[in-house]
Design a protein around this ligand. Structure first.
Ligand SMILES: NC(=O)c1ccc[n+]([C@@H]2O[C@H](COP(=O)([O-])OP(=O)(O)OC[C@H]3O[C@@H](n4cnc5c(N)ncnc54)[C@H](O)[C@@H]3O)[C@@H](O)[C@H]2O)c1
Length: 297
């Protein structure tokens, strides 16, 4: 399967990183977002985050910046999709929106193109029937490759062909990322399911006043050797995005235990959305987690 022409629909935090990662590895990338300014803003924001997090992308930072400049931006969705071998949708985590965008992608992209969603929680089986090519639809869930999280969950729906899964797997490997193949549909995919369990528990503990979020981050770093803990990571992801993902799990289960804590919702309502708004659990640009004595407690 020759996957060379990539279209990314939605160029926010993740769409921008997927587009640039693909461009870094020689793909012809076209990008479309309803906000024509967002890609360049995100590229600058990511440069700042790379410095703050001290984690590198898979190529030297200068090459990453140069690759970003090769992404062809267009205000016309049809033009964005015209030559695609693979389309990756990265719009907000709202099922109806994703279904609408998939229907558009299906109409405008070449018949042979694969259609992937970068959703963090919605299985492709909930989206595939918005298209006439369910055998070419799949989940490809990336984890902020520009910030050194070089993984991608891959999962098929009810009709995805094995060749499509294998083609996507090989393509992900060609971008210097590690594919994590899901053998049987599960909410949250492969490692993202594990990360979700961590998020849910730590949000419950900190937002209900049992412990301080900084102590969880300290413990996580000491215990795992990672340079940041779950609350730092949520600040990087965007708390609105985390909230939407948690709501999507709740909408699936309707179990009150899956509802995000009220104190967390209050943060979203106050627009404390993490690094991108200057305040989330930590305050930016000089968050406490980046200070030399943070681990001392
Ligand atoms: N943030 C993360 O760390 C992360 C990680 C993995 C997966 N994801 C998933 O990726 C998807 C996007 O998340 P994000 O963090 O990049 O969100 P984001 O809010 O940063 O970006 C979403 C972008 O989609 C654009 N958009 C909205 N409607 C559109 C439409 N109809 N057509 C084109 N563009 C449209 C918005 O303008 C925005 O720029 C979500 O499904 C999320 O679950 C996010």
């Amino acid at each position: 399967m020759n996957i060379k022409n990539i279209s990314v629909i939605g160029l926010g935090t993740l769409g921008t990183q997927i587009a640039v990662q693909a461009a870094c590895y020689g793909c012809n990338v076209r990008g479309y977002d309803q906000d024509p300014e967002i890609f360049l803003k995100k590229v600058e924001e990511l440069k700042f985050l790379m410095l703050a997090m001290g984690k590198d992308p898979t190529v030297p930072k200068e090459d990453w910046g140069k690759a970003a400049a090769t992404v062809k931006l267009t205000k016309d969705l049809a033009e964005a999709l015209a030559d695609a071998d693979l389309v990756i949708e990265a719009v907000p985590e709202v099922l109806e929106l994703k279904r609408k965008v998939f229907a558009e992608m299906d109409t405008l992209a070449p018949k042979a193109a694969l259609l992937a969603t970068n959703s963090s929680s919605i299985p492709i089986s909930r989206i595939e029937d918005a298209t006439k090519r369910p055998e070419k639809c799949l989940n490809m869930h990336f984890y902020q490759p520009a910030l050194g999280f070089t993984l991608c969950d891959i999962m098929g729906g009810t009709k995805t062909s094995p060749e499509v899964i294998e083609g996507a797997r090989q393509w992900v490997r060609s971008l210097d990322l590690t594919p994590l193949k899901v053998k049987k549909e599960i909410l949250g995919f492969c490692f993202n399911s594990v990360w979700r369990a961590v998020k849910k528990q730590v949000l419950y503990m900190a937002c209900n006043g049992f412990v301080d979020y900084q102590d969880i981050d300290r413990a996580w770093r000491v215990f795992t050797g990672m340079p940041y803990g779950p609350f730092t990571m949520m600040d990087m992801v965007g708390l609105d995005v985390v909230y939407d993902i948690e709501m999507s799990y709740y909408n699936e289960s309707k179990d009150p235990k899956d509802l995000p804590p009220q104190a967390f919702k209050d943060m979203i309502d106050r627009k404390e959305l993490g690094a991108k708004t200057g305040k989330g659990f930590y305050t930016y640009p000089n968050p406490d987690w980046a200070k030399p004595d943070f681990l001392k407690g």
